[in-house]
Design a protein around this ligand. Structure first.
Ligand code: TYM
Length: 339
């Protein structure tokens, strides 16, 4: 069987990440690590969503390097251009075109109900339309590739429900076109807490650890992490079940060592600082191969450019096929009026 035949048998998955520099632990555990493991089973499309990122009003001068840094993170953790399509959203203009067309089937009320919209809107006196329409562009990203499933963290669940609704409405009005996409949300990694104990680890909250950070920088972040709030003094026994540092040990520390940490915490033999030192060391060690690969890509930026150029070309082929079908179904083919 040829590779192309095999690809058509595989289900397609799509996912995206905003370029805000290198990926952090939440992105990694909730998304990237899982994406890497999906590359053999699925026909994978991974996108750096810079058109989305402009809605948060960052500095345009920093955007190119933020995109580059995220692409380096993608490649460093093992997203593989031989097995996946990796590209930048603004290189494939069909994303914004389809988003515009989806405006025709998306009720404003559905957009206003999105919790991310409500959260973001609070920060503006005059709310940019892009913040309201953000999930339409996300639906366009996914449906342009007719993706069957989308691996994401829990925070994206509501946007994926809207994507399903957009697909249903479009199909009902213009004929069966798009699949009803399934969210793939990791059970224990759907929502990684911030180091400050905030309900979400997020770059904008400054409570993250970068996956390519040097060991010293990892320690600088991990040492600030909140632990069991009732463990005030060194001699107080701790409760690992409520401690976020212990929760992170689950991903970076061997089971035996973890059991020792748990017992040491409960008996107060192990203090929080020492527990954090172990975690920080284990994070830095398990990411060492990523740091090494990232150094390679930073020294050979043209390799990154080639991956993204080839990815955009592959993505564009699929995107333009979908758009031809969509334009035809929506009557955007005036030449048909001329015999
Ligand atoms: P973004 O860039 O905020 O995050 C990228 C991915 O990382 C996951 N993630 C987390 N998972 C668990 N715990 C956390 N603390 C955490 N922080 C981030 C996110 O759930 C996401 O999977 N709107 C999207 C980008 C996007 C997209 C798409 C995603 C645009 N188009 C189409 C999927 C499909 C976003 O802002 O993700």
């Amino acid at each position: 069987m040829t590779e192309i035949q095999q690809n058509t048998l595989k289900k397609r998955i799509f996912s995206g990440m905003q370029p805000s520099g290198e990926a952090h632990l939440g992105n990694y555990l909730g998304a990237l690590r899982r994406w890497v493991g999906m590359q053999d089973e699925y026909d994978c499309v991974w996108c750096i969503v810079d058109d989305h990122a402009i809605t948060s009003g960052g500095d345009p001068a920093e955007m190119p390097s933020s995109v580059f840094d995220l692409a380096v993170s993608f490649l460093a953790v093992g997203l593989d251009p031989e097995r996946s399509t990796i590209f930048v959203q603004s290189d494939v203009h069909e994303h914004t075109e389809l988003a515009w067309l989806f405006n025709a089937v998306t009720p404003v009320g559905d957009l206003e109900r999105m919790t991310q919209y409500k959260d973001k809107a609070q920060h503006f006196e005059s709310i940019p339309a892009g913040i309201l329409n953000y999930p339409i562009l996300q639906a366009a990203d996914i449906l342009l590739y007719k993706a069957n499933a989308v691996p994401v963290g829990e925070d994206q669940r509501q946007h994926l429900e809207l994507t399903r609704e957009v697909a249903r409405k479009f199909n009902a009005r213009y004929g069966e076109t798009f699949p009803i996409t399934e969210p793939l949300i990791g059970e224990d990694v759907g929502r990684i807490l911030g180091l400050d104990g905030n309900a979400k680890m997020s770059k904008s909250l400054g409570n993250t650890v970068g996956i390519l950070a040097d060991p010293d920088d990892v320690w600088d972040k991990v040492r600030t992490a909140v632990t069991d709030p009732q463990r005030v003094r060194r001699d107080d026994p701790g409760r690992p079940e409520v401690c976020n540092v212990f929760a992170l040990h689950r991903f970076f520390t061997e089971e035996n060592a973890r059991e020792e940490i748990e017992a040491g915490c409960r008996s107060a033999d192990l203090g929080c600082v020492d527990c954090k030192r172990i975690l920080s060391g284990n994070i830095a060690t398990s990411f060492a191969p990523y740091r090494e690969r990232a150094t390679h890509y930073r020294e050979h930026p043209s390799e990154v450019r080639d991956v993204l150029d080839q990815g955009a070309e592959k993505a564009q082929k699929i995107a333009s096929e979908t758009m031809q079908e969509v334009r035809r179904k929506m009557g955007l083919n005036w030449r048909n009026a001329i015999p």
